[in-house]
Design a protein around this ligand. Sequence first.
Ligand SMILES: Nc1ncnc2c1ncn2[C@@H]1O[C@H](COP(=O)(O)OP(=O)(O)OP(=O)(O)O)[C@@H](O)[C@H]1O
Length: 258
Amino acid sequence: MTEPRTPVARLIGGTASLGGRPVLRGVDLTVRPGEVVALLGANGSGKSTLVRTLVGLVPLTGGTIELFGTPFARFRDWSRIGYVPQRTTAAAGVPASVREVVASGLLDGRRLFGPGREGRAAVDAALDAVGMRDRARDGIAHLSGGQQQRVLIARALARRPDLLIMDEPMAGVDLRSQEVLAGTLRGQQEQGRAVLLVLHELGPLEPLIDRAVVLREGCVCHDGPPPRAVGQHALPGHDHVHPHDDHTARHAGMGLLS
Ligand SMILES: Nc1ncnc2c1ncn2[C@@H]1O[C@H](COP(=O)(O)OP(=O)(O)OP(=O)(O)O)[C@@H](O)[C@H]1O
């Protein structure tokens, strides 16, 4: 077996609480270079909280995080990570153009790459990747929800992240936006970059997913091949998972199956 490369993100024994209530209860998660990992689980199982701990928005109460092999407290290279939060209507009313929103993804805490040529090229490439170049001058508030989502993905892509984290990017987006998203994942994969995706169901992204981690009540209940949802179990919010048949026997005693 080949020596595994340094993980881009590694959480060991992660615990976190919100409002005094434990939400993550000893979570292990590893994402390696070039991997597309789906984080699945029912509403409230802790998926968003987990990715928010990785980008420093929720503090851990226990456990450790390493990013690109560096302990979280010493990690400074945030330009290597792109984060697309769960969609909100927050973009509405923000008086910024599509181009400005995408360019803000190049802010690294100290300086903006732009308005230099390199920065502009990165913004153009990101807008092309999500099919929004022709809307660059429009106000973000004048876009549909799915289009705003594509702009936020472009914002994260502009920094050419080695790890792209997206929280439910498929929620309420149309077919065209789903295709854009699938193309984004493919592009990241081809460049050997990693993606961590919070999803309710794999849906059309299934062929692109290398591994699925399923949370149940703040604990990992599956980490392996993407589970296959069948029939009514494919309905959003259904928290039963069905590993591929060849893994069924192995996991049958682990409380995975409904
Ligand atoms: N700000 C908060 N204060 C207190 N509790 C919170 C807060 N945010 C989330 N929670 C609780 O933490 C738990 C996990 O929430 P989280 O958003 O991580 O779940 P999720 O798996 O992403 O859910 P969903 O699929 O609905 O987005 C839930 O029980 C939720 O009610």
